[in-house]
Design a protein around this ligand. Structure first.
Ligand code: NAD
Length: 499
């Protein structure tokens, strides 16, 4: 039986006025497991209108009411984490433990947002002039929308909505059409937590739905996470319609391995960072940059470890890596691997022909290691978003850092070394937003903000953490004097200065 997935408006699931549908696959089997309703322009108008109505009261709710609802939501997500993880595994393909990990990382943002009374504290300056005080505070924006990618169907939305809602906004989520079910369960949990209807909504759809949100006059801000071409489009179109926008894009994350690194430690971590979640993480390492003579022994160990990875369906507790998201994605990855040998690289470990017994129609690609890659090859220039690690050999740290800085992306990067001096130089000189020192996937904790540089982020504010609070609010500065002081300082026609 193929189920139908619709929208969440006004605190309830609904088909809205949608009739157009799109299949949702189980990547481990290749089967269609659900049919997703795609919003009409009228559905977008309806969801924004209900969010706008809900904003009126929600923006006036006390900080203690908001924080109580956030705590309740936190408990519910924690309790239902296994259910959320199962939905993610069935639609995305990642293994269950990895899906649980993403729910946990999302929960950390909810926990951060539980402290909203502290986060929204303003500033106060007493007696800036005779009888005059000055204070600042922040207010919510109104209806804000989030557009999210397939690779973290619970965590990435949770980078956005806990903070947006805690700040007093009404949030409309447009999840990826490939794995939409986690959003619907989270909507149910918000209702159970006591969030008023309309403060959190889900609208399912494709590019047309996104564009309707970008152009909608009642949407004040857009948070986007996805690929670079779409991030660029979102930033330009939402900015043109006067919205505040943060658009996080794709990545090509490099890891430098210096000759003084602990070889086995580096190999183990590179393998986990390159092949975990089938390489479908925006912080996955996809380029290993070796310096000097460590290349041969390191790559031999990486190949050995990668060949031992158990690839299989995410529901199987013995699987360490699942399928990729779609057949088209598999075909694209297989094509890129093939192009690398055509262009002169050496495929050390080849995952193109992998089949998983009992899951022959699943979208599986095995771990792949490519050596002798150069920066002009397609496999280096493209974001592969699959279980492929390319190796670029260099002779010096200078060459390795210059290579990273010449790359158009700047999301994450890492260095493996035992030299504090090299590590310090690396983090100061590299033009990348998130940096790991012997930590290959340096995703900041929720109380810091997440964001890349260059083509990995369009807009000026990173996501979640303090910059999230700043993104979802705007500041007011009040200069205040009470009438009893009027006689002391008569009005003047010259520009006011402190007395
Ligand atoms: P995607 O860009 O294809 O889709 C992201 C969202 O945009 C989806 O909701 C989709 O419906 C919508 N969309 C797609 N095409 C559109 C169009 N033409 N106009 C308007 N909206 C459109 O990304 P994806 O394949 O779902 O996710 C993988 C990408 O996301 C990778 O590039 C990955 O690096 C990136 N990503 C980045 C981060 C980060 O923090 N920088 C995090 C996760 C994923």
């Amino acid at each position: 039986m193929v189920s139908t997935i619709g929208h969440w408006m006004n605190g309830a699931a609904t088909a809205g006025r949608s009739t157009k549908t799109q299949p949702v696959y189980n990547p481990a089997t290749g089967d269609v497991q659900a049919s997703l309703l795609l919003a009409t322009p009228e559905d977008v108008d309806d969801v924004v209108a209900s969010a706008k109505r809900a904003f009126v009261d929600w923006s006036q709710s006390s900080l203690s009411v908001r924080s109580k609802i956030l705590f309740a939501f936190r408990e519910l997500v924690n309790r239902r984490a296994p259910d959320l993880a199962a939905l993610i595994t069935d639609e995305h393909g990642k293994i269950l433990s990895d899906a649980l990990g993403e729910v946990q990382r999302g929960l950390e943002v909810v926990e951060f947002a539980c402290g909203i009374p502290q986060l929204l504290k303003g500033e106060y300056s007493d007696q800036v002039s005779g009888g005059v005080d000055l204070f600042s505070y922040r207010q919510p924006l109104g209806v804000v929308a989030g557009i999210t990618p397939f690779n973290f169907p619970a965590m990435v939305p949770m980078w956005m909505f806990p903070i947006a809602i805690a700040c007093g906004n009404a949030f409309v989520l447009k999840p990826s059409e490939r794995d939409p079910s986690a959003s619907m369960l989270m909507a149910e949990l918000w209702r159970e937590a006591g969030l008023p209807d309309g403060v959190f909504s889900v609208i399912q759809g494709d590019a047309d739905t996104v564009n309707a949100l970008l152009d909608h006059p009642d949407v004040q801000a857009i948070s986007f996470v996805g690929s670079t071409p779409i991030a660029r489009h979102i930033h330009a179109r939402a900015s043109a319609s006067g919205k505040r926008v943060q658009a996080l894009g794709g990545a090509k994350n490099h890891s430098i391995i210096l000759p003084d690194a602990d070889l086995d430690f580096a190999a183990q971590h590179l393998v986990a960072a390159a092949y975990g979640s089938a390489g479908e993480r925006c912080m996955a390492i996809s380029a290993a940059v070796t310096v000097g003579a460590i290349a041969d022994p390191l790559l031999a160990r990486v190949a050995e470890l990668a060949s031992e990875i158990k690839v299989g369906p995410g529901r199987d507790a013995t699987s360490e890596m699942g399928p990729v998201i779609t057949r088209a994605s598999k075909d694209r990855i297989v094509g890129l691997i093939g192009s690398s040998s055509d262009q002169g690289a050496v495929i050390t470990l080849d995952g193109r022909d992998l089949t998983v017994a009992g899951h022959e129609d699943g979208f599986f690609v095995g771990p792949t290691l490519i050596d002798q890659v150069t920066t002009d090859m397609d496999v280096y220039r493209e974001e592969i978003f699959g279980p492929v690690l390319s190796t670029v050999r260099t002779d010096s740290v200078d060459e390795a850092i210059a290579l990273i800085n010449a790359n158009p992306y700047g999301n994450g990067t890492a260095i493996f070394t035992s030299s504090g001096d090299a590590a310090r130089r690396f983090h100061r000189e590299v033009q990348v937003g998130m940096i790991g020192i012997n930590v290959p996937i340096p995703v900041p904790m929720a109380f810091y903000s997440f964001g890349g540089w260059k083509n990995s982020l369009f807009g000026d504010r990173h996501i979640h953490g303090p910059e999230g609070v700043s993104f979802y609010t705007r500041a007011k500065v009040v200069t205040s004097r009470w009438p009893e002081h009027r006689e002391e300082h008569g009005a003047s026609f010259s520009f006011p200065t402190a007395k």
